[in-house]
Design a protein around this ligand. Sequence first.
Ligand SMILES: CC(C)(COP(=O)(O)OP(=O)(O)OC[C@H]1O[C@@H](n2cnc3c(N)ncnc32)[C@H](O)[C@@H]1OP(=O)(O)O)[C@@H](O)C(=O)NCCC(=O)NCCS
Length: 155
Amino acid sequence: MAVVLRPVQGTDMDAMFGMLSDPDSRQMAPFVIIDTDTRAEFEAHIEKLKADPSIKLYSMMVAGHFVGAIMTFDGPAGREVFYWIRRIAWGRGLATEAMARILSLDHSRPIHAHVLSTNPRALAVLENCGFVELSRRDAVETPAPDDDDILLVKN
Ligand SMILES: CC(C)(COP(=O)(O)OP(=O)(O)OC[C@H]1O[C@@H](n2cnc3c(N)ncnc32)[C@H](O)[C@@H]1OP(=O)(O)O)[C@@H](O)C(=O)NCCC(=O)NCCS
């Protein structure tokens, strides 16, 4: 399936807000950086991200439909990547394809990603794209405080 990455547009906001509000998905990635409760706050936050030249934020499109979002940014660990797929589109290889694509657009290395140990789908995506485990620690202030937060790196 061909995933196209293009800059986020206003027309993506409904689908993106819905995707990031899904409680089960949020539990899989509690360190989400886009963490707003109201639609207005959300849109203001996206505008801030878009205005930051160090952030590459893309919508993932399949046949003209929004299926997810992916971004690279400067985080505490260094350059980081973060990604999210609409629940109805899980399990079709879209995250893996989008990850491979953003790695060809952002050449910063090393590049890092955080994943909970209870998120095997997200781990598989990263390992399939050449990331390896760098460290792990108890995740703090998450809905599942016993999970390990695994930091992976691609050099
Ligand atoms: C994690 C997420 C991005 C995966 O998206 P996706 O499009 O379903 O991912 P893909 O289809 O590209 O790959 C999923 C991989 O997980 C594997 N997988 C699926 N269910 C699994 C399970 N229960 N246990 C282990 N592996 C599993 C698949 O086999 C596939 O690996 P493969 O290509 O080697 O077969 C998506 O579930 C999501 O957006 N979750 C919420 C946000 C999130 O967790 N983001 C991750 C950043 S921390």
